[in-house]
Each structure stands twice: as structure tokens, then as C-alpha cells.
Design a protein around this ligand. Structure first.
Ligand code: PGA
Length: 262
């Protein structure tokens, strides 16, 4: 029997919000019990905001995570943050391999793999991002690029860990542009990635791993994305910064999940 996958909607606040602004958001955002049952919600603020909002989110049954980590427990790594420090702040998740880090900070697949290992070692669940650029898409390389990112970035990870982590398929050309991948295209790539995971880590891991779509997700397109059998939620940037739009995305995702009985 196909395992039930609870959709996960994650907010990626990127480099936005001060602790006070984060607190105002957290105090103004609540999930009613019916939605919380259908969908898992995670907020990934900047590091400095985490201590200000953790307690507020905890009371509301909302999880939180970080946007990055350095793959060492401590040491002379100026400006970096360790998985243990994130765990200490109550983080459940950590975004790893976001295209902004791959492109702007030059992170390689090998470095990203070390981060994934470090996350699991300290009991953090990665939200592992993959996605092709516009040039790669035009050259029909979407599947090749995303499979390489998965095979290299997750090399050596145990099937049990693959099953409990989250993957986010985020086409680079769709991030922050207002142009989302069509649900058909997103579903096709995500189904392909699920198949790849089943082949490499076993059917059980392939069926259990949650794969989100990310890239210009907003209240107006979440419903059709969630309607796709393989899309298990979304990683949301811009539209997660305002309570109203993020709530609407979560509400619609919950409604769709309920309809499909996942
Ligand atoms: P966006 O960002 O929703 O603003 O396109 C998504 C992301 O970068 O994770």
C-alpha cells in the first residue's frame, strides 16, 4: 500500500525580517486544528530571528528550521553556524543546497553532501533543494541536472534517512520571478525524481520521501500544484513573508490534502 505522505509547507524567509518583525508574524499566524492535522508547517527565518519566535511557534504547534548550517560541530569557522547550535534553538529542519547558496556562495554538491550528513548527525531534517537554471531547461537538461544534484548531494545517505527528509524541486528560473513552473511540468519532474529515489534507495524510501515544489508559489497557484499526486507541499519565499498570503497557502494546501485523503 502506498504510504500516506503529509504535505509540508515551509516558509523560507531568506534575509528578511528582524526579530521584532518575526515576532509580529509569529503572533499573528495560527493554524486551526483541522488544518494542522492535514499539513505540516515549518518556518525558516534568519538565524537571528529564531530565538525570538521559537517559543511563540511552539505554543501554536508550528515547527521551525534554519536556512543553512556549516558541517562541523564547532571550531574556527568565522561567521558560520553549527548544527548543534541550531538543534539547541529547537530547529527541526534545515534548508540545504538552496540555489541562492549554490549560485551566490558557490556551494558544490560535495560541500552540500557534507551539510546533509551533518544535519542528520545532529538530528536535523534537511529540506534539500534541487533545480535547473533557465539555460539548462532550454537545453532539455532538467532531469539530468536534478538527478545529479540528488545523486551527488545525497550520496551515502541511508534509505531510512531519505524516507524522513524533504526534497524541494525549485527551478531556478521560477524563484522570485513570479513565474511558476506549470503544475504539469512540476509534477513530471517530481515524479521522475521520486522514481530515481526509488531506484537508488528503494521503493519504500521513494514512496515516503516528501518532495515539495518551490518557485513563485502563491495563494493563486497552490491549489493546482497540490492537486498533483507527487507534489507534497511547497517551499515558499516571497509569499511567506506576509501572514495573510502564507496562511492562505497553508489553508489551501490543507483543503486539497483533505480532499485527496492523503
Ligand atoms: P519564491 O522563493 O517563493 O520567492 O519564488 C522560493 C525559494 O527560494 O525557496
Amino acid at each position: 500500500m502506498v504510504q500516506r505522505r503529509k504535505p509540508i509547507i515551509a516558509a523560507n524567509w531568506k534575509m528578511y525580517k528582524t526579530p521584532d518583525e518575526g515576532k509580529i508574524f509569529a503572533e499573528g499566524f495560527s493554524l486551526d486544528a483541522a488544518i494542522a492535522q492535514e499539513v505540516e508547517v515549518v518556518i525558516c527565518p534568519p538565524f537571528t530571528v529564531i530565538p525570538a519566535i521559537g517559543e511563540v511557534l511552539k505554543e501554536k504547534g508550528i515547527k521551525w528550521g534554519a536556512q543553512n548550517l556549516y558541517p562541523a560541530v564547532e571550531g574556527a569557522f568565522t561567521g558560520e553556524i553549527s548544527p548543534l547550535m541550531l538543534k539547541d534553538l529547537g530547529c527541526t529542519y534545515v534548508i540545504i543546497g538552496h540555489s541562492e547558496r549554490r549560485q551566490i556562495m558557490g556551494e558544490t554538491d560535495d560541500f552540500i553532501r557534507k551539510k546533509v550528513i551533518a544535519a542528520f548527525t545532529y538530528d536535523l531534517l534537511p529540506i534539500f533543494c534541487v533545480g535547473e537554471t533557465l539555460e539548462q531547461r532550454k537545453a532539455n537538461q532538467t532531469e539530468e541536472v536534478c538527478s545529479n544534484q540528488i545523486l551527488q548531494g545525497l550520496d551515502g545517505i541511508k534509505s531510512e534517512d531519505i524516507a524522513r527528509m524533504v526534497i524541494a524541486y525549485e527551478p531556478v528560473w521560477a524563484i522570485g520571478t513570479g513565474v511558476n513552473a506549470s503544475p504539469e511540468d512540476a509534477e513530471k519532474t517530481i515524479a521522475f525524481l521520486r522514481q530515481l529515489i526509488s531506484e537508488k534507495w528503494g521503493k519504500e524510501a521513494g514512496e515516503a520521501v516528501r518532495i515539495q515544489y518551490g518557485g513563485s508559489v502563491k495563494p493563486g497557484n497552490i491549489k493546482e500544484l497540490m492537486n498533483c499526486a507527487n507534489i507534497d507541499g511547497a517551499l515558499v519565499g516571497g509569499a511567506s513573508l506576509k501572514v495573510d498570503s502564507f496562511y492562505e497557502i497553508v489553508r489551501c494546501a490543507g483543503e486539497e490534502a483533505k480532499k485527496h485523503g492523503v
